[in-house]
Design a protein around this ligand. Structure first.
Ligand code: NDP
Length: 286
């Protein structure tokens, strides 16, 4: 009689497009490191098939899935439970199954916060400027507010999106948020502690940088980019020239993956292995 199982535990990634998403690299490296018989399957799911795909998580007895563009908002209505911060953001990037029920979480903002906390950055009482009001900005601002940031300035070219995010932050969290329409070069207020690029400007192969007056960055400011690839964006290069402390989107990506990994497997993620695997994939020297 066989004393082994040929059955794999399954994790998905539902999105469209998904071909360029590198999460499989960090997850498979982590499964291998811990000797877990798990498979991470990057799967193209069309919007019209999302409900069926979420039902399939139960049918296939899967451990969970990542959710990416364009499903992060839409997926909420198909889940049994949604975590408080993810419900506030209105976006889920990780689904896990427990006792046959689906639970939605958002680990993007937590990955961002973890990257700062790892370097002992205190967030309580801080004044933050966030460029952008899309999914990454929503995730980062809600977690910053929950971590005790005092003030958040949301700068965005789309007025409705920016104002909606500011209203959410003011109505549902304790942070004081205000909106600035990004219709000209943005001047960073000099009492700002943290500046975050949460737009998609600078994502490979884009070599542009956000339209801000870089001379308003001062060396006591912490400057962060959510862009994971390239690791050193033109935005961060400008900040480094002004001697700011900088954080890139690479650590955020690894950290959000590590949090999701634990939700699915119950194991602490081998974060160094995940970091090295992604660095190798991106050709980055650690
Ligand atoms: P969205 O499409 O939801 O939002 C994009 C945002 O960027 C919007 O606010 C948009 O403004 C703004 N934007 C885009 N181009 C310009 C421009 N030329 N000038 C001014 N504003 C611009 O995308 P996401 O928030 O989901 O993703 C944003 C980035 O975050 C992506 O590059 C993604 O790779 C990265 N990301 C990184 C993660 C990580 O772990 N490191 C996790 C999640 C995302 P408007 O509203 O006016 O259109």
């Amino acid at each position: 009689m066989l004393n082994k199982s040929y059955r794999s535990e399954l994790i998905g990634l539902f999105g469209m497009p998904v071909d360029e998403n590198p999460t499989v690299i960090i997850m498979e490296a982590a499964f291998k490191e811990l000797g877990l018989n798990y498979r991470y399957n990057t799967t193209m799911v069309k919007p019209k098939d999302l409900e069926t795909a979420v039902k399939a998580l139960k049918a296939f007895n899967m451990k969970g899935t990542n959710i990416t563009i364009p499903h992060k908002v839409e997926v909420l209505k198909y889940l049994d439970y949604v975590a408080e911060d993810a419900a506030l953001m209105g976006a889920v990037n990780t689904v896990y199954l427990k006792n046959g029920k689906t639970y939605g979480e958002n680990t993007d903002g937590k990955g961002f916060i973890t990257s700062l906390r790892e370097e002992n950055i205190e967030l309580k009482g801080k004044k933050v400027v966030v460029l952008g009001a899309g999914g990454a900005a929503r995730a980062a601002t809600v977690e910053l507010a929950m971590a005790g940031a005092q003030q958040i300035v949301v700068v965005n070219t789309n007025k409705d999106r920016g104002e909606t995010l500011v209203k959410l932050l003011n109505d549902k969290t304790k942070v004081k948020a205000r909106f600035v329409l990004w219709d000209k070069t943005f001047e960073v207020p000099n009492d700002t502690n943290i500046v975050v690029n949460a737009t998609s400007i600078g994502l490979c192969p884009d070599t542009n940088k956000p339209n801000i007056n870089y001379d308003t960055l001062t060396k006591d400011m912490i400057v962060c980019d959510v862009i994971p690839n390239p690791p050193q964006t033109p935005f961060l290069e400008e900040a480094e020239k002004r001697e700011c402390r900088t954080f890139d989107g690479f650590s955020m990506l690894v950290n959000q993956g590590a949090i999701s990994f634990k939700l699915w497997t119950g194991e602490e993620a081998p974060i160094d292995v995940m970091r090295k695997a992604l660095a190798k994939e991106f050709g980055r020297v650690l």
